[in-house]
Design a binder for this molecule. Sequence first.
Ligand SMILES: [Zn+2]
Length: 260
Amino acid sequence: MAIRYVKINKKHEALLDQSQKLIQKRISDQRHVIPIKLLEELKALLDPENLGTVVDLHVTQDTQSNWASGGSCVKLHPRCFDDWQEKGSVTRDPPRLTAVLLHELVHFALGTELDAEFFENRLFTRHDGAVLPTEEDEEEFKDSHYTGVYVAMNSKTREVTDRSKPELVLGSLARATKLAPKPLPQPKTLDNAEAPMANDKQEKLAEVRIQKMAERKRQVGIRIVVEFTGYVKKSDLNKVMGGIRDAVYPNVEGNGGGGS
Ligand SMILES: [Zn+2]
């Protein structure tokens, strides 16, 4: 086999076979966007009869590593085999195996990061598991003057050309939009108050805020909803509750005043 599975379980083998077939299909559908030398290399790698080149493929046990790493063999992170990933309840990530495998095969064929990223994104969509270059990748493109082994990219237009036929535009490589800042934590209410962490400043902030809200609510005489903008230690909750009670019902018995 041109790609030799090393100590890979049956389930992963089946997924890898599927991925190889999909890559084969994609490179024959899209052969006009792949430089001829790279196309030959990829075909040889994916040809089980071709024993001239053998790539050992492992699934790494090192779960700290990236999606995959290349070199004399290809090591895939176990999460490459994950099915659709739940991310919160909104977005889901498609399985990445096929796109990652193609990316690593381009490296195995001596392609640089620019080559690998371009073909990953040219042959596969986001839905197929392709991922746009990271900031780190962008740095690497820059360091290599936007020139790979097979392709070159115009850094302004992001248009990618075949290095062996510079007039031939193969497509373009989109730039990832900057990651949106992390959403702020949901304000806590007394009902779901938890105290994973607290510091003096947060406690103080929460206290002031509670005080202010309580005052306002008392003035307009409506139901009290307490909102924490910071965290409060569980052990301090009683104190906080007492503070609210005092602020809202200053005249209730036991709160230092006589009720009517
Ligand atoms: Zn890479």
